[in-house]
Design a protein around this ligand. Structure first.
Ligand code: PHE
Ligand code: ZN
Length: 896
């Protein structure tokens, strides 16, 4: 805990390290209360740096001994100020020997070396290694590691670290040891060890090159019936990276270890990936279709880091998106390829864009907005954001859109050829893409340096005489913290033109010769305003713009309702087909929200429903949705997405002033009236999409379940006997967690009796499955009739603890972020609850506390009454004692 003012770190202040490291040898005597760590670091002066001081970082360490080239350093030979240990004027070659003691069982931050359920784990990204030993803990210092682990053999039969196991044996007093050697140079943030009572599923796997490798998935005893999917995902990832990028596994052994206490999703430590159990453990009984898909994606993500992140790493943490954006892009492509079909790819794309809009667009418009390559930070842990990850992935995707798949591959090949074994920058990546394709990507750099979501305004003008379609694109970008004025971005805009029958028309720009391309073409918008003239356009077309969501922008186009319904029915681009429906629905939702507000203002609170019924006269949206719902040529997964209305958060982002209650009433109203209009079709879809036989998480079956369950959730809005009996039967007959949860959610949001019995039954059945109990908490925190009192009483449940991040997220985060109308209760009680929880978490786990602190990011956008209450809650947190750097940065920026 700090008492001084946190310092801001600036990208422009980057300086190469004075000393580089050749080798690191570490010895661990593992004891929960006090673990002794002996480290031997062979260092040499960096010819590229001017300084002669050795600079090491260390946090929460007891320094027992410090030797330089064999000589013990006395107090006057070094300086220890805060977290920095400096050895002035050191020799050109220095062997440092350091002995430290840490206290893993008291480590609740889950950074560095900690204990979870009796076993040892480490988490070193971004700056956790300095909680294990003093070290030049920065990613541009890469070294080879040898690690000796010693521990009680009974309690900790399994001892793992990075690389290869080179030796193991017994020691006196019931102890044993294992020695690990990592043949590859790596930054300290990729160091890992695991020691404990674990079991594994393992398999020998033959790489394409013929080399055999050992794959292992380590879990606690009793969980071996939940590892197959992770193992399959790992094998698929290995094969995919060779196929798509020619990148092979470079180690003889690759391990995944599951841990129940983990701050994030998973960690790509070299050869020893450590995973949140949520992204490893699955079988039909405990995991949903979404869980299965997430596991595949995260296993892929961490595996792909082996090249994009580990073999080539980041020079400094400002370059975080170099590895994260690129690796998210890779895992997105992997998941899409695993589905295999074009429509499956489109569904995956829509899913990814939904995440971007729901979470990243608000971030980019709020007080924590930052460029994909930030210029400054206070606490790096706060910069593992949707901007770095998801917008970063969009930026990488744009290279592929501009250069084509082949061109992108050429760029990747050159990137590895130039930088294997190095710590590099986002500029290096861009240069590889540009040079490999002989393209000028200078302007593209603005995607890295400018924050905020650009807006593109599109307008079309058809000249029937000249058969010319003029498409004018104009781009702007709103001001963001520290960035008032923006320069134009280099934006790939994929467009198509639809004729009256809905078919794609030939696309030829004025002045072009050669054959016309029919379908989609990518326009490059580089100026503030540009007009593109298509020639030979024989009839007035409906333009389909930003196909496949070719750039992370907000697209404004003036479509009529009829044009949107037309695109929804015909666009050959599935993304824009879905998008048209969303635009139509959003229009309706915003109108209804305004109507709710107006009715409320005129004092007609009770008459809201009547008012809404009166304006809900045209059935255009219902008709369009019905057509989509009943179109058997469309993937069920796509139809499910089309039927899902924009979330309350998405609607909120469209409003000048956010009124969460009006939004909630409006959206519920629309759901109910759609359920009424589509009742028979929904029932038919429900029946037609039951998946018979044994459960399989494949995309086709999952898509059918998703459509069936969205139908069920609409039908449940009617709260009639038939809908409830469907839900009840499904709850009883389901052979998988997806259907169980969907049924339970439908029941919970109805007026059915026996809700608490159903919840209790579910709890009793799954009491020993922590991941399912998380779902049980989430279900109740996001239930429609939940309020802060529901959540307070759940927080008092014996199974609840703030100390476990998954559990904290399942209840507290789910309520604050996933139940907006209850969280934003007019009395402000949601906010007081939020403040209490942030303050409590701040004491044990600052990283998780800071995540929760961000729930109030958008406070300035709310109605004045709510704004004021939010500001008070933020101030309460800001002025609480012992505030961590993590939380302090978030609330300070929010209040600024
Ligand atoms: N680097 C991890 C990933 O994206 C995320 C992570 C960051 C995990 C910090 C733990 C701590 O795969
Ligand atoms: Zn990652």
């Amino acid at each position: 805990m700090r008492t001084d003012t946190p310092q801001t770190i600036h990208r422009k202040d980057y300086a190469a390290p004075n000393y580089l490291v050749d080798t690191v040898e570490m010895g661990f005597d593992l004891e929960p209360a006090a673990t002794r760590v002996a480290t031997r670091i062979a260092m040499y002066r960096n010819p590229a740096a001017a300084g002669r001081d050795i600079v090491l970082f260390g946090e929460e360490l007891e320094l027992v001994a410090l030797r330089l080239n064999g000589k013990t350093l006395a107090k006057g030979d070094y300086r220890l100020a805060g977290h920095v240990l400096t050895i002035p004027a050191a020799p050109a070659k220095a062997v440092l020997e350091i002995e430290t003691v840490t206290h893993p069982d008291r480590n609740t931050s889950l950074m560095g070396l900690y204990v979870s359920n009796g076993n040892f784990f480490t988490q070193c990204e971004a700056e956790g290694f300095r909680k294990i030993t003093f070290f030049p803990d920065r990613p541009d210092v890469m070294a080879k590691y040898t690690v000796m682990l010693r521990a009680d053999k009974k309690k900790y039969p399994v001892l793992l670290s990075n690389g290869n196991l080179v030796e193991q044996g017994n020691l006196p007093d019931g102890r044993h040891y294992a020695k690990w050697e990592d043949p590859f140079k790596k930054p300290s943030y990729l160091f890992a060890l695991v020691a404990g009572d674990l079991v594994c599923q393992e398999e020998k796997y033959k790489l394409k090159s013929g080399r055999e490798v050992l794959l292992q998935v380590w879990v606690e005893e009793g969980n071996l019936d939940k590892t197959q999917h992770a193992m399959d995902s790992l094998k698929n990832s290995i094969a995919w990276d060779v196929d798509r990028f020619g990148l092979e596994l470079d180690l003889d052994r690759f391990m995944i270890v599951a841990v129940g206490d983990f701050n994030m999703g998973a960690m790509e430590n070299k050869g020893l990936n450590i995973f949140n159990t949520k992204y490893v453990l699955a079988n039909p009984r405990i995991a949903t279709d979404v869980d299965f898909a997430n596991i595949e994606a995260v296993v892929g993500h961490e595996y792909f880091h082996n090249w994009t992140g580990n073999r080539v790493t980041c020079r400094d943490w400002f370059q975080l998106s170099l590895k994260e954006g690129l690796t998210v892009f890779r895992d997105q492509e992997f998941s899409a390829d695993m589905i295999g079909t074009d429509s499956g790819r489109a569904v995956k794309r829509i899913d990814d864009v939904r995440v971007l809009r729901q979470a990243q667009f608000p971030e980019d418009a709020g007080p924590m907005a930052h460029p994909v390559r930030p210029d400054s930070y206070v606490e790096i842990n706060n910069f593992y954001t949707v901007t770095i990850y998801e917008k970063g992935a969009e930026v990488v995707r744009m290279y592929q859109t501009l250069l084509g798949r082949k061109g992108f591959r050429k760029g990747m090949d050159l990137y590895f050829k130039r930088h294997d074994g190095q710590a590099v920058t986002c500029d290096d990546f861009r240069a590889a893409m540009a040079d490999a394709n002989k393209r000028d990507l200078t302007q593209f750099e603005r995607w890295y340096s400018q924050s905020g979501t650009p807006q593109v305004d599109a307008s079309a003008r058809y000249d029937a005489k000249g058969k010319i379609l003029e498409l004018t694109l104009e781009q702007t970008c709103p001001a963001t913290p520290g960035q008032k004025k923006k320069q134009p971005f280099h934006i790939p805009v994929a467009v198509g033109l639809l004729d009256a029958k809905g078919r794609d028309m030939p696309l030829k720009l004025e002045g072009e010769s050669g054959a016309d391309a029919t379908g989609t073409r990518v326009l490059e918008l580089t100026k503030a305003r540009q007009t593109f003239r298509f020639t030979g356009v024989n009839e007035a077309p409906v333009p389909s713009i930003l196909r496949g969501f070719s750039a992370p922008v907000v697209l404004k186009v003036d479509y009529s309702d009829a044009e949107l319904a037309f695109l929804m029915a015909h666009d050959s681009d599935p993304f824009n087909r879905w998008e048209a429906g969303q635009r139509l629905a959003m229009r309706r939702l915003l109108n209804l929200t305004v109507a709710v507000q107006a009715a409320r203002q005129s004092g007609h609170v009770v008459a809201v429903d009547t008012v809404l019924n009166n304006i809900e006269h045209d059935g255009a949206l219902a008709d369009a949705l019905r057509a989509t719902l009943n179109d058997a040529s469309l993937d069920p997964a796509f139809r499910e997405l089309a039927l899902t209305l924009p979330s309350e958060t998405m609607i909120a982002e469209q409003m000048e002033v956010i009124d969460p209650h009006a939004i909630h009433i409006a959206r519920q109203f629309l759901r109910r009236s759609l359920a009424r209009a589509l009742r028979d079709d929904l029932l038919a879809a429900y029946r037609a999409n039951r998946v018979p036989g044994a459960y399989s998480p494949d995309a086709a079956s999952a898509g059918r379940r998703a459509l069936k369950n969205v139908a069920l959730s609409y039908l449940a809005e009617l709260d009639d006997a038939e809908a409830l009996s469907l839900a009840q039967c499904q709850d009883e007959e389901a052979n998988n967690m997806t259907d169980r949860l969907a049924a339970l959610a439908a029941l919970l949001n109805s007026t059915a009796s026996g809700k608490s019995e159903a919840l209790q039954g579910f709890y009793d059945e799954f009491e020993s499955e922590a991941l399912v109990i998380d779902k049980w908490f989430t279900l109740q925190a996001t239930a429609r009739d939940a309020d802060v009192n529901t959540v307070r009483s759940l927080a008092g449940h014996p199974a609840f603890t703030l100390k476990n991040p998954n559990r904290a997220r399942s209840l507290i985060f789910s309520f604050c972020n996933g139940n907006p109308s209850a969280f934003h209760a007019l009395d402000g009680n949601g906010y007081s609850f939020w403040a209490e929880q942030v303050i409590a978490l701040n004491g044990s786990n600052p990283q998780v506390a800071a995540r929760l602190a961000r729930s109030l990011d958008r406070w300035r956008k709310y109605t004045p009454a709510l704004q004021e209450k939010m500001r008070l809650a933020l101030q309460q947190v800001a002025s609480s004692p012992n505030l961590s750097r993590d939380v302090s940065e978030v609330v300070t920026k929010a209040l600024a």
